[in-house]
Design a binder for this molecule. Structure first.
Ligand code: DCP
Ligand code: CA
Ligand code: CA
Length: 360
């Protein structure tokens, strides 16, 4: 019997005309008007165009000169990246209230895995609606969302009812959705690949599906198997959270306060055990071991030791913890013990790469 893998629930959220909408929100004079962020009448390119400007064919990457030609009333606005970043952070804060599995793709969009979510809401569609409403109420901007079983389909779906709309592609709709999808709309298929696909007679998902894996690999190399799979609804890419975990901890509050170190060791063994499981699950190791002790009078103590190497093994963790335990006498009775590991090997390493040029 084959194992039934439950469908994941992925939401892709993308802000509408992001930079332009921020400018219109902050400056009421710009509302309802065709504006272009970036560019200028005689130089540069448009970064973002308001929906009013898009009616004239103004869009991102268009030169300022052409933009002005298409839309003589176009107002050029200088970008304010700090402001966009600030809004981006606000939006992300909202996302994290729903799940920790948030993968930002750029300032204005992210994938959220809400298969299991902090609200205990089984409907990803309703969650997307709620998140969009919160962005509108708390930030003042509209967003669009795509909801489906994987990142690939969710991303494509978020464009469907843009602006200020959302689209759910249910598990049983994924295949038919992809079959009728124009090939240029497949995420990851850029201009060059689209042209190549056209030359091979592939214009829709259905035509893509008619091609064998060998055929696609022959023409598209490594990407061949990607195309082969996604059109069959197979895309297992995980939502990669960018949250840098600073520490991993496990602790336990006791029903009866502990007064002897012998009992504490026994408890610490259990705690080290759960900590090790957590570390293994997240594939991390750390250098700093911290022992947390809460006494019955509610005072708290922490004792730490940093090792010269990374550990994740419960034996090594316990060894360090014991050292910390005996380092100093305990007060009479202990109600909670905890162990945490920090200085993790996942923390971003800011290395400066210096390129040396040698004269011959
Ligand atoms: N951006 C940019 N240069 C580009 C494309 C985009 O600087 N070539 C910036 C400006 C956009 C923001 O990134 O506002 C988000 O890009 P999107 O592609 O998501 O476009 P918009 O949010 O502007 O519009 P849409 O409503 O289509 O998502
Ligand atoms: Ca956008
Ligand atoms: Ca975007």
């Amino acid at each position: 019997m084959s194992e039934i893998i439950p469908n994941r629930k992925i939401i892709h959220i993308d802000m509408d005309a992001f930079f332009a909408s921020v400018e219109q929100m902050d400056n009421p004079d710009l509302r309802g008007k065709p504006i272009a962020v970036g560019g200028a009448e005689n130089r540069g390119v448009v970064a973002a165009a308001s929906y009013e400007a898009r009616k004239f064919g103004v869009r991102s990457a268009l030169s300022g000169v052409l933009a002005k030609k298409y839309c003589p009333d176009l107002i050029f606005v200088r970008p304010r990246f700090e402001r966009y970043k600030e809004i981006s952070n606000k939006i992300r804060k909202i996302f994290y209230e729903y799940t920790d599995l948030v993968e930002p793709l750029s300032l204005d969009e992210a994938y959220l895995d809400v298969t299991i979510n902090k609200k205990g809401n089984p409907s990803a569609t309703l969650l997307a609606q709620e998140i969009r409403l919160r962005i509108l109420n708390e930030v003042g901007l509209t967003a669009s969302a795509g909801i489906s079983v994987n990142k690939f389909v969710a991303k494509i779906a978020s464009d469907y009812n843009k602006p200020n709309g959302q689209k759910t592609v249910n598990p049983d709709e994924v295949i038919p959705f992809l079959e009728v999808l124009p090939i240029r709309k497949f995420y990851g298929v850029g201009k060059v690949t689209t042209e190549k696909m056209y030359k091979l007679g592939v214009f829709t998902g259905l035509e893509l599906k008619s091609k064998s894996l060998e055929f696609l690999e022959k023409h598209f190399g490594k990407s061949g198997s990607f195309y082969y799979n996604v059109v069959r609804g197979i895309h297992n890419g995980e939502v990669k959270s960018d949250r840098i975990t600073k520490s991993v901890a496990a602790e336990h509050t006791f029903d009866i306060n502990l007064s002897s170190e012998i009992f504490m060791i026994e408890q610490l063994e259990n705690i080290a055990n759960s900590l090790e499981k957590r570390l293994k699950k997240h594939h991390v190791a750390g250098k700093t071991v911290t022992l947390k002790i809460k006494y019955s009078d509610f005072t708290q103590q922490t004792r730490s030791k940093t090792l010269p190497y990374f550990i994740s093994d419960k034996g090594l963790i316990l060894e360090t913890v014991k050292e910390l335990l005996y380092q100093e006498r305990m007060k009479d009775s202990v109600r909670l013990l905890g162990i945490s590991l920090s200085n993790l090997n996942t923390e971003e390493k800011k290395t400066v790469v210096v390129q040396l040029k040698f004269a011959f």
